[in-house]
Design a binder for this molecule. Sequence first.
Ligand SMILES: C[S@@+](CC[C@H](N)C(=O)[O-])C[C@H]1O[C@@H](n2cnc3c(N)ncnc32)[C@H](O)[C@@H]1O
Length: 262
Amino acid sequence: MTEPLLAPARQRRMPPIVVALLLQVLGAALTVGTAYPLASAGLTMPPLGAAFMTGAYAAILARLARLDTWWLVIQLCFAPLVVVASAASLPPWIWITLFMALVAIYWSTFRTQVPLYLSSIKVRQALVPLLPTGRFTFMDVGSGVGGVLTDLAASRSDGEYHGIESAPFPWLVSWLRIRTGGHRNCHAHLGSLWNQDLSKYDVVFAYLSPVPMAALWAKVQREMRPGTMFISNSFTISAAAPDRVVQVDDLHQSRLHIWTRR
Ligand SMILES: C[S@@+](CC[C@H](N)C(=O)[O-])C[C@H]1O[C@@H](n2cnc3c(N)ncnc32)[C@H](O)[C@@H]1O
């Protein structure tokens, strides 16, 4: 059975990467349309010039399509980078290796729109005093390379820590980290957070992106028991103000948004 990686509401939308690719094709078509009359007049465009024109068209189209700002930069640079990389005449195995490495690390980020980035050390430290007194169960949904789990387990050995991660390479790193660190109370699972039953946990921690937050909140409300705690690093929920916010003095001035289930 294929595991759902996206919240149901998001599955109906075309992922931005597909939109971006279509706009690149459109940008290339517009470049051909521009270059052809110029060539007829004896003005030939060098490949890099054509690539920059394609990038510029694609970036303008991305703006009109209301893609996020970072897509504009990607759109602008994509075609020129392809031309530069082709000119470098690197052996083909480099590209396939690079591609496989990126797939293992980012897996279905193009669909989930939740890339891998890590909670800062200060965020992990700020989580410790928020943990319940006595024995408790903790779940990191989208656990990345497992740093939150192992750090908390080192500080509070009376907790039972679980992480669910969909991308194979980060999951493997967390699994090795837990094994080599001897953290018997830590468990890293490979799979989708949408298939996890959150009713089993006293604390659920998330550091994802704005995209899945509404669906995650619906899941939290459906499954988490009264008195349990949902903590989101950085990303909040428009429908429900947090009960408490902890400001963390790290590079990003991260905020921990905390909801206690009623
Ligand atoms: C921003 S990272 C956070 C890593 C870690 N929790 C931390 O705070 O350092 C988010 C992680 O969630 C994973 N992820 C995204 N969608 C997921 C899903 N549907 N199920 C499980 N993991 C997911 C991504 O692969 C990524 O590793």
